[in-house]
Write a protein that binds this ligand. Structure first.
Ligand code: SF4
Length: 370
């Protein structure tokens, strides 16, 4: 089974923390969507497994595309690949695009899951991040989708923002719980190069939050959401039972995916391919960079994605794929973490307890084959 990803690389306004591949030149949007149809035809043979299980519209801001255009892309995909078993079609949306007209049009498409970029339910924090919606817009967007019968809604939240501590986070979490969405993705802010936050950091106008503050906020997110019945199933992801993100889970489980649109990535089990062309170039002609994954890269990737998930590494499957020596190596490398309780080995699995996920990057890096 494979995933199909459409990247819509346009935004009306650039958020202060964002280093995603996106453009504010909306004049190119119609031609870029047209080029995505052409790219699908060009890429029809990339996947080894052409059974599509999930479709995901990410960005950028996919809700800048008219729902009728979204459906045309879905229909085109169904003519190229077997989409008869597609269970989840997600569209990322900005809360202020979720007007009554937009929701009505969306209901006539096959989209059955909406991912809202809420980030915070605090107006001051939203302004600080240069988001273009208010907290009230976000609440209204969720309710509008729910009233229209969309039963699978996920929201993104950001924590670890300098100047906005646990009280603000607590209020955002309380609002998320009151809205009773099916899924929450909660990310710790990272300040990337070439972002407004990075420039503020260099000018001394903002700070990276202290480690203890990060730990407290992470613990708060984990506690509030798990106490409310959400399963903490991946480092940044929480789901009501039966509502794990299927498309993202397929990335974490090493399944194939095809990305369409400039800024999208693809993987067919052997080759990783991506395009990072300026939109105008992409419209004229698609070009890619490629990497053929080495055995070492496959192994490290398996360690990374598996340990970010609650189930961890299936040691038996790991051994049959990478050999007994490789299994012994990761068990040896994890010894100290195991002694500290940061890694648990039981029932043929090696995993990081969910309340210790915050240090997963350090654990994972130490288990890499170099
Ligand atoms: S965070 Fe999302 S909406 Fe904001 S600039 Fe980045 S891609 Fe666009």
């Amino acid at each position: 089974m494979a995933g199909l990803y459409f990247h819509i690389p346009f935004c009306r306004r650039i958020c202060a923390y964002c280093d995603f591949f996106r453009s504010a030149e909306l004049k190119w949007l119609p031609a870029a969507v047209q080029a995505m149809h052409t790219e699908m035809d060009e890429q029809r043979d990339f996947l080894c497994d052409s059974n599509i299980r999930t479709i995901y519209f990410g960005g950028g801001t996919p809700s800048l595309v008219e729902p009728s255009q979204v459906q045309l892309l879905i229909d085109h995909a169904a003519r190229l690949w077997d989409c008869s078993q597609v269970g989840e079609i997600t569209l990322e949306a900005n809360p202020d695009d979720i007007t009554p007209e937009y929701v009505a049009a969306l209901r006539s498409t096959d989209v059955n899951r909406v991912s809202l970029g809420v980030q915070s339910f605090d107006d001051e924090e939203l302004r600080f991040m240069n988001r273009r919606h208010s907290a009230a817009d976000a609440v209204a967007a969720v309710r509008r989708l729910q009233d229209a019968g969309i039963e699978n809604i996920t929201i993104d939240l950001i924590f670890g923002v300098d100047g906005f501590g646990e009280q603000v986070l607590e209020r955002s979490l309380a609002q998320a719980l009151e809205l009773d969405v099916q899924h929450v993705s909660a990310y710790h802010l990272t300040i990337e190069q070439n972002t407004a936050f990075h420039r503020r950091l260099e000018r001394g106008q903002m700070r990276i939050v202290a480690e203890e503050q990060s730990e407290r906020e992470y613990a708060l997110v984990h506690r509030r959401l798990t106490e409310a019945g959400y399963e903490h199933y991946e480092v940044s992801n929480f789901a009501r039972e039966g509502y794990r993100a299927q498309h993202n889970s397929s990335y974490w489980h090493g399944e194939e995916y095809l990305g369409i649109g400039t800024g999208a990535h693809s993987f067919n089990g052997r080759v990783r391919r991506w395009s990072q062309q300026p939109v105008a170039e992409y419209i004229a002609e698609r070009r890619y960079e490629e990497e053929i994954l080495s055995e070492q890269a496959h192994r490290n990737e398996r360690v990374m994605t598996a340990l970010r998930c609650a189930e961890g590494i299936d040691l038996e499957a790991f051994e049959s794929r990478f050999g007994a020596v490789a299994k012994e190596q990761i068990l040896q490398a994890a010894k100290l973490w195991i002694a500290q309780g940061d890694v648990v080995v039981s029932e043929r699995r090696m995993r990081i307890p969910t309340e210790r996920f915050l240090i997963s990057d350090a654990v994972i890096e130490s288990l890499f084959e170099v």
